[in-house]
Design a protein around this ligand. Structure first.
Ligand code: KG4
Ligand code: ZN
Length: 358
């Protein structure tokens, strides 16, 4: 089964072709990602309108390249999959409508994929991961623990009640005058800093919660930076190191708690902790996760970097898994700005503006 996957929910315009064998194993035939970082960098973050227009400009060419690199024509495909949410709605509409057009033109089934499901199923493509496993998704838009129990069976164990962790890295960088995206910058500066110089808060480090909160920490960084003006290079490094130490402590603590709960709830003795999202590239955080998994008798699976961040292969793969299970969507599939992976999980902060990230 061969599926073309299209991803346009944030600032990557991506398309890929993935093959799923009868044995359930996946193979990537092509994987084209265009990052729009340069377009958004002057604004210090992703500008939704710029992203949507860039997707319109780029997507045709990216799809063409993905098909060419796979060495296939549309008639060789079994389905078209596209991210239908959650994400920046302008971009999601561009990708989904393009997929619908290709599907209609070539009379192929359409699979409307939840972007988070794409991240959640990636370790099955890269590492043949068996269900169930625990997913920690840490990107610029999401921070959540999800128990992945089967295809379509996702239980959210905790999420952020305000900023995503990548967003906290980006905002910290911006406050310290470092360029976007901030995560890699903060990590680099932190290496030359003193993590003990600033005593920053470790929010929500309580035994009874798997939720995260980073906005208070961000404010603490801002106040500390304001008190140290003008910022020397050493102070910037120390603030980065102190920030990174704080979030690493939180992630280690929460990962242990989540693994304990996952073990108790599933009966699995050697749990698999899978990471996805750009923040998983942070070496300090990756080490903290490995330590947590080791302590609980489990292990960490980190898919290769380019499959941890947004890409078309994860969407194609989720589409292939769903198609193999007999699920496909009609031409009336809707683009959704919000689409929780676990539809039964209550929004942490209600709806409207306060529900977006939760
Ligand atoms: O998954 P991703 O590429 O895209 C989306 O969020 O959709 O994640 C990007 C986020 C950004 O916030 C970026 O600052 C963060 O991941 N990031 C990092 C590192 N590399 C990327 N954060 C901390 N340390 C890193 N090395
Ligand atoms: Zn993503």
């Amino acid at each position: 089964m061969r599926v073309l996957g299209i991803e346009t929910s944030c600032d990557e315009t991506a398309a890929a072709v993935v093959e799923r064998g009868d044995d359930g194993r996946g193979r990537i035939l092509s994987d084209v990602v265009h990052s729009q970082i340069a377009e958004h960098a002057p604004f210090g973050g992703v500008v939704p309108e710029i992203a949507a227009r860039a997707h319109v400009d780029l997507l045709d060419g990216i799809v063409e390249r993905a098909m060419r690199e796979a060495g296939l024509g549309f008639s060789d495909l079994d389905a078209i999959a596209a991210t239908a949410g959650p994400g920046l709605i302008g971009g999601v509409i561009v990708g989904l409508m393009t997929a619908k057009a290709i599907a209609a033109m070539h009379r192929l089934p359409l699979v409307a994929v939840n972007h988070l499901e794409g991240h959640a199923l990636t370790p099955r493509l890269t590492d043949d991961a068996p269900f169930p496993y625990l997913l920690l998704l840490v990107s610029g838009g999401h921070t959540q623990f999800v128990a992945v129990e089967g295809l379509g069976r996702y239980r959210r164990l905790g999420t952020t009640i305000d900023d995503a962790l990548g967003e906290a890295f980006d905002k910290t960088a911006k406050m310290l005058g470092l360029p976007y995206p901030g995560g890699p910058q903060v990590e680099k500066r932190a290496a030359a800093g003193d993590p003990a110089r600033f005593d920053l808060p470790r929010p929500l480090m309580r035994r009874d919660s798997l939720d995260f909160s980073f906005s208070g920490l961000k404010t603490a960084v801002r106040l500390a930076a304001e008190a140290e003006q003008p910022l020397s290079e050493q102070t910037i490094a120390d603030l980065c190191a102190s920030f990174q130490a704080a979030v690493t402590d939180v992630v280690r603590f929460k990962a242990e708690l989540a693994l304990k709960r996952f073990k108790a709830e599933t009966g699995v003795t050697a749990p698999l902790l899978v990471t996805a999202g750009g923040v998983a590239a942070n070496k300090g955080i990756a080490a903290a996760l490995a330590a947590a998994a080791g302590k609980l008798g489990g292990r960490v699976v980190v898919p290769p970097g380019r499959l941890c961040t947004d890409n078309g292969a994860m969407i194609a793969w989720a589409g292939a898994e769903r198609l193999a299970a007999g699920c496909e969507d009609g031409m009336n599939a809707q683009a959704r700005p919000r689409w929780p992976l676990d539809e039964t999980a209550a929004p942490r902060l209600g709806s409207g503006q306060w529900g977006a990230k939760a």
